[in-house]
Design a binder for this molecule. Structure first.
Ligand code: ISE
Length: 335
């Protein structure tokens, strides 16, 4: 039957996932919504038949009709929500980042191993974006030879209120950490960060833009421009430079208009619009796999690796030095 999902956290992403499960994808329905702000949870539940509102994830997970959990609360709340899901052996789709630091990511890695099977898919949705999927297929085919460099551009129209330099690494560049590992099938071994004099449009105290450089165990070098106050819109692009050619994605104009002496298209305003299809495909893939009794997609190991790379990234940023990434040995469950 249809998968009953409890959605934990009803902020921007959580509310969008509730809409997606209720109106876009198939095979699932929302049976519970959870938020510390119970008024917000109640307002959302009121619009969905058979959906109840809760203030505490642990309570929601034992509610009737809950078969799986989608965690979209803020990063620091993920560990408790995932441990509660593990206690009931429920499958989880957990928004990125898995957790805000390596120690808590390691605890989850150990807790999932104690269960003895994978339960978590981490919400690195770019792996479901059509263009990234095409780029990975091309790199995997070997037609372009060995990848030497990856150039990433990651631009937001504006930084959310209270965004910090560390969040630029942990919340934003986290996507490039995951997609780089996935595209290349290599591990990131060191991180460096360069900071130009901030844009006049950067909020007070935020170093924006920044240039982040990864080195990989396959000998590739990867640069990431993270620019949160780009103003003109939301844009994410990637270019692979290989021995026998280059490939680029993310130019993404679906309509070109010529008028009044200009040509061009539009830029999406934010990630919800830019990655709409990727989010849809991600959640559909999670629901389909869960109904088959499988767990696919980015794992707790991938979430842990990104936490460890982020930790090195924040150190590189604050100390101004190239910082090596330290990973524990990859457990058998994730090989
Ligand atoms: C946000 O958390 C995301 O996940 C977006 O994809 C990213 O572009 C943004 O910078 C982050 O704050």
């Amino acid at each position: 039957g249809s998968l009953g999902v409890a959605v934990v956290g009803t902020g921007r992403m959580g509310a969008d996932h509730v809409r997606r499960i209720s109106e876009v994808i198939s095979g699932a329905h929302v049976t519970a919504v959870v938020d510390l702000d119970t008024d917000r949870a109640r307002a959302i539940a009121a619009g969905i038949e058979g959906c109840a509102a809760y203030g505490d994830p642990a309570e929601a997970l034992t509610a009737p009709g809950v078969d799986a959990v989608l965690v979209a609360s803020p990063g620091p709340a993920h560990e408790a929500a995932l441990l509660a899901a593990f206690a009931h052996d429920l499958p989880v789709l957990c928004e990125k980042p898995l957790t805000p630091d390596t120690a808590s990511a390691l605890r989850l890695l150990e807790a999932e191993q104690r269960l003895g099977h994978r339960r978590v898919q981490v919400g690195f949705m770019r792996r479901y974006d059509r263009e990234y999927v095409k780029l990975k297929a091309l790199l995997d085919s070997g037609d372009l030879g060995r990848p030497l460099l990856l150039h990433h551009r990651h631009r937001n129209a504006e930084a959310p209120p209270g965004f910090t330099d560390a969040m630029a690494i942990n919340d934003s560049v986290a996507h490039e950490m995951d997609i780089t590992r996935w595209l290349l099938g290599q591990e990131i071994t060191a991180v460096s960060v360069l900071r130009p004099r901030p844009s006049a449009h950067a909020p007070e105290g935020l170093s924006d833009p920044q240039l982040v450089v990864f080195e990989t165990d396959g000998g590739a070098v990867v640069d990431v421009e993270i620019f949160l106050s780009a103003r003109y819109g939301y844009q994410v692009q990637a270019e692979a430079v290989c021995e026998d050619g280059t490939a680029r994605i993310g130019d993404g104009h679906d309509m070109l208009v010529n008028a009044a002496g200009r040509w061009g298209g539009t830029v999406t305003p934010g990630y919800i619009e830019r990655f709409e299809d990727a989010y849809d495909r991600q959640v559909q893939a999670w629901v389909d796999a869960t109904r088959r009794g499988e767990v696919t997609g980015p794992s707790t190991w991938d979430g842990y690796a990104v936490a460890a790379i982020s930790e090195a990234g924040v150190r590189a940023q604050t100390e101004g030095v190239r910082t090596e990434v330290e990973l524990v040995e990859r457990p058998a469950l994730y090989r």
